[in-house]
Design a binder for this molecule. Structure first.
Ligand SMILES: [Mn+2]
Length: 418
C-alpha cells in the first residue's frame, strides 16, 4: 500500500490518491472474506508498504483493515518483507508497531521463529522466516575473500542449519505452516530480481519442501504461482497491480484448508482496477490521428489505467492533435501518452540496398560508398581492404557472420517483485 500513486489521481471527495483507495478496497475484500467465513487464521506474507516509513495516511489505511481481524478474534501473522525493514540487518520494521502496541491476536514475524497459535479449530504452529539479509547470517570477516557463489552457498548452509533448529522443536502432531518472505530458485521472476541482488539470496526449494511443513506460504513475488503440490508451496501474489508489468496478471488471495498432513488452496480473484496498454503504429498511415482515435474507440477504457503508445514519423507530429486524444481518453481512470518517433534511418536511403536486392558484400559496399561524398577520398582503399577481408585462401568470398543480437527477453518469465 502506498505504491503506484503515479497511476492514480486525487479523489476530490476524500483528498486521497485513488490508488491508495484501490489497494485499501482490495485489502478490505480479503478481510471481509476472512470475517465472513470466518477463517481460523490470516497470514500476511510481507511487503506491506514500499518502505519502512509509510506516511501516516497509508499506515492508517493498512491498520484499520487489520484491526477488523483483531476485533473479530481472528489471529493474524504479519511477516516482515524486505520493503518493511528499516535498515538492512539493524532490526526495526514498520510492522513491529503492532507487537509494541500489543494488538490482541497479532503476531509479527521479524525473525526465524516458531509461533504456536490457538485458533477456533485448535492449535497450529507457524514458522516465520522473514526476508533475511546477508548480515543476518554472516559477518563481514566470514565472507572475506569469498566470491559471490561461495557467499550464496554459505548463506544457504547457514539458513539450512537455522531452519533445522526450528524444525527439531516442532510438535509433530500439529498442523504446521512455514510462512516465508523469500525468492525461491524455481519461481518465475523478472528483472526486478536484480533490485535485491547483493542484499538477499535465492532459497532452494529443497530447503522449503519438507514433510514437516503441511503448507508453505510465500511472500515477495507478485505473480500468483503454485510451486509444489506436496507439500503445498505457493505465492498467493499481490492483491493489486503496482504498474504495467502486472497488466496481464490476475490478482487475488488464497483460501487454504489445512490439517495435519494436507493442505488445499483455492485462488480467489479480486476485481481490481484494469491496466491497459494501447499500442498503435501510425508511421505508415496517411491519417495518423484517425488511426489512433479508432484504436482508442475499440478499446474498453472504462475506469482503467491506460497508457497509449503510438509510433509516428517526425513529419507526422503536426497531424496529431493531443487535445483530440485527450478527449477520446476521458473514459479512462488515468492515462499517459507516449509518442515514439520511428527512426528515419530504418527507411532505405539507398534503393539498391533494399532488402529485395541481393548484392555481394563488396558490391554492396561500393554501392553505399557511392552515396557518401565525404568518404570519396578513401573509398578505393576501403573497397580494397574489404576485398582483402573477404578473400578466403581459395580465392572465394566467405560468408559474413552477422553480429549476434542480445538474447530476447522471455516475456513469460517477467514477474514483479516487491
Ligand atoms: Mn519482497
Amino acid at each position: 500500500m502506498g505504491s503506484g500513486f503515479a497511476h492514480g489521481r486525487l479523489n476530490p471527495e476524500t483528498g486521497l490518491n485513488t490508488r491508495l483507495e484501490d489497494f485499501t478496497a482490495a485489502l478490505a475484500q480479503c478481510i471481509d472474506r476472512a470475517i465472513a467465513e470466518p477463517v481460523d487464521l490470516v497470514l500476511f506474507g510481507g511487503d506491506a508498504f514500499p518502505d519502512a516509513t509509510p506516511p501516516p495516511l497509508v499506515q492508517q489505511a493498512f491498520a484499520s483493515q487489520f484491526r477488523r481481524l483483531a476485533d473479530a478474534g481472528i489471529p493474524t501473522v504479519l511477516l516482515v518483507g524486505n520493503h518493511d525493514q528499516y535498515a538492512q540487518g539493524q532490526g526495526g520494521a514498520s510492522l513491529c508497531l503492532y507487537r509494541t502496541l500489543g494488538v490482541p491476536g497479532m503476531v509479527v514475524g521479524d525473525r526465524l521463529e516458531t509461533h504456536r497459535l490457538e485458533t477456533r479449530s485448535g492449535p497450529v504452529q507457524i514458522v516465520t522466516l522473514p526476508w533475511l539479509t546477508r548480515s543476518a547470517l554472516l559477518t563481514r570477516p566470514e565472507t572475506e575473500g569469498m566470491g559471490m557463489a561461495e557467499v550464496n552457498q554459505t548463506l544457504v548452509d547457514r539458513l539450512r542449519v537455522a531452519l533445522e533448529g526450528e524444525v527439531r522443536q516442532l510438535d509433530p502432531d500439529l498442523p504446521t505452516v512455514l510462512l516465508a518472505h523469500v525468492m525461491t530458485d524455481t519461481a518465475t521472476f523478472g528483472a526486478e530480481r536484480f533490485l535485491a541482488a547483493g542484499r538477499g539470496f535465492n532459497v532452494p526449494m529443497a530447503l522449503l519442501a519438507r514433510p514437516c511443513f503441511d503448507y508453505v506460504a510465500l511472500g515477495h513475488v507478485h505473480r500468483h504461482q503454485i510451486l509444489c503440490e506436496s507439500p503445498l508451496i505457493l505465492y498467493p501474489g499481490s492483491i493489486e497491480r503496482v504498474d504495467f508489468s502486472e497488466e496481464a496478471e490476475e490478482k487475488g488471495y488464497v483460501l487454504v484448508d489445512l490439517e495435519k498432513g494436507q493442505a488445499q488452496a483455492e485462488f480467489c480473484p479480486l476485481p481490481v482496477r484494469p491496466f491497459l496498454t494501447l499500442k498503435v503504429d501510425v508511421s505508415k498511415s496517411d491519417d495518423p490521428e484517425a488511426k489512433i482515435l479508432k484504436a482508442i474507440a475499440k478499446a474498453t477504457l472504462d475506469e482503467a489505467v491506460v497508457r497509449l503508445i503510438y509510433q509516428l514519423r517526425s513529419d507526422q507530429m503536426d497531424q496529431i492533435n493531443p487535445r483530440a486524444l485527450d478527449e477520446a481518453l476521458t473514459q479512462a481512470h488515468t492515462y499517459t501518452m507516449q509518442p515514439e518517433l520511428v527512426s528515419q534511418l530504418v527507411r532505405s536511403r539507398v534503393p539498391d540496398l533494399g532488402t529485395d536486392n541481393t548484392l555481394e558484400p563488396v558490391a554492396a559496399l561500393q554501392c553505399y560508398l557511392a552515396t557518401r561524398d565525404d568518404l570519396t577520398d578513401i573509398a578505393d582503399t576501403l573497397v580494397e581492404a574489404a576485398q582483402e577481408l573477404m578473400r578466403e585462401p581459395d580465392g572465394e568470398y566467405s560468408v559474413v557472420t552477422p553480429i549476434s543480437e542480445p538474447p530476447a527477453v522471455d516475456e513469460s518469465r517477467q514477474l514483479r517483485l516487491l
